[in-house]
Design a protein around this ligand. Structure first.
Ligand code: NAD
Length: 285
């Protein structure tokens, strides 16, 4: 297979499904050797089959818990044993427990932090010696618009408190690592998905959330795992060689429109009526 990632080795977390599976397929289709991992054994095996059936190269460890320091170290060692020193680390996986402050237990809070933030810290920490040995590297971290607009997102009436906090921290982690690892020729960027059609949110969209969701965005379709995987591939590629410390938002225009979607003619007409009565246009709105 020929492509942008010919001769490159890419590590991707959470490759048993969703965006991670799509990324494994797309990176492999562009020539990368892929090292995956996931908690889910059967679905991870399916991903391996899919990549190999498409003519790609991939190995994976499952079950592997990215919240566990020793297991993350073992995965990094497995990657080096399989394909030698690697080029790219794509931190995609996360595990979430939702809830408001009244609903969340301390255990829930710690679970999210371990599975959304500590997992990324651990993978970056254990990958660093390899990147330093190799003279450079590339890290992509999946954040979320939850880490940008957080509480303002639909769905947060039920509370996504710790998820929003953890994803905001992921964005800060990414920026800090971009600075801290720059002397080692390592670029670090985040990608922030909006609502993406994966098992993680399928039930919400299928239960009638889709119409509301479409009102909140500018591009009127469900975001697809490939939309995020392709953004991550851009950041990991030489096309992005001048980009580090960025957070690439891929959300159909959700954050840009403040979650209001395309201009609402009814609201626009009411505002026009109010403004028609004004003798001067206010400058502070
Ligand atoms: N789907 C969305 O709408 C959406 C929106 C914004 C951000 N995101 C982010 O995108 C990324 C991918 O999400 P997705 O939608 O593909 O979800 P998903 O649930 O389909 O996939 C996540 C994968 O990570 C694995 N995983 C979770 N915790 C793990 C652990 N401790 N060790 C190993 N594997 C673990 C899961 O088993 C799963 O296969 C996540 O970081 C998520 O927070 C998703």
């Amino acid at each position: 297979m020929a492509g942008r990632f010919e001769g490159k080795v890419v590590l991707i977390t959470g490759t048993a499904g969703g965006q991670g599976r799509e990324a494994a397929l797309l990176f492999a289709a562009e020539g990368a050797k892929v090292v995956g991992c996931d908690l889910k054994v059967d679905m991870q095996a399916e991903t391996l089959e899919m990549v190999k059936a498409a003519g790609g190269e991939m190995v994976a460890m499952a079950p592997l818990d990215l919240a566990d320091d020793g297991q993350v170290k073992a995965w990094i060692d497995f990657a080096v044993e399989s394909y030698g020193d690697f080029d790219i680390l794509y931190n995609n996986a996360s595990g979430v427990r939702g809830g408001s402050i009244e609903q969340l237990t301390v255990e829930d809070w710690d679970f999210n932090m371990a599975n959304e933030l500590t997992n990324v810290f651990l993978a970056c920490k254990h990958a660093l010696p390899v990147f330093k040995r190799k003279g450079g590297g590339n890290i992509v971290i999946t954040a979320s618009i939850a880490g940008i607009v957080g509480a303002g997102m639909p769905g947060n009436v039920q509370g996504n408190l710790v998820h929003n906090v953890a994803k905001a921290a992921v964005i800060r982690l990414s920026e800090n690592l971009a600075v801290e690892l720059s002397p080692y020729n390592i670029r670090v960027n985040a990608v922030s998905p909006g609502m993406i059609d994966t098992p993680a949110i399928k039930s919400l969209l299928d239960a009638g959330g889709e119409d509301l969701f479409f009102e909140s965005i500018l591009i009127k379709r469900r975001g697809q795992p490939a939309d995020i995987a392709k953004a991550a591939m851009f950041l990991a590629s030489d096309d992005a060689s001048y980009i580090t410390g960025a957070n690439l938002v891929v959300d159909g225009g959700w954050t840009a429109s403040g979650g209001l979607g395309q201009p609402n003619p009814a609201v626009g007409a009411r505002l026009a009526n109010v403004m028609a009565d004004l003798t001067t246009i206010p400058t502070d709105v």
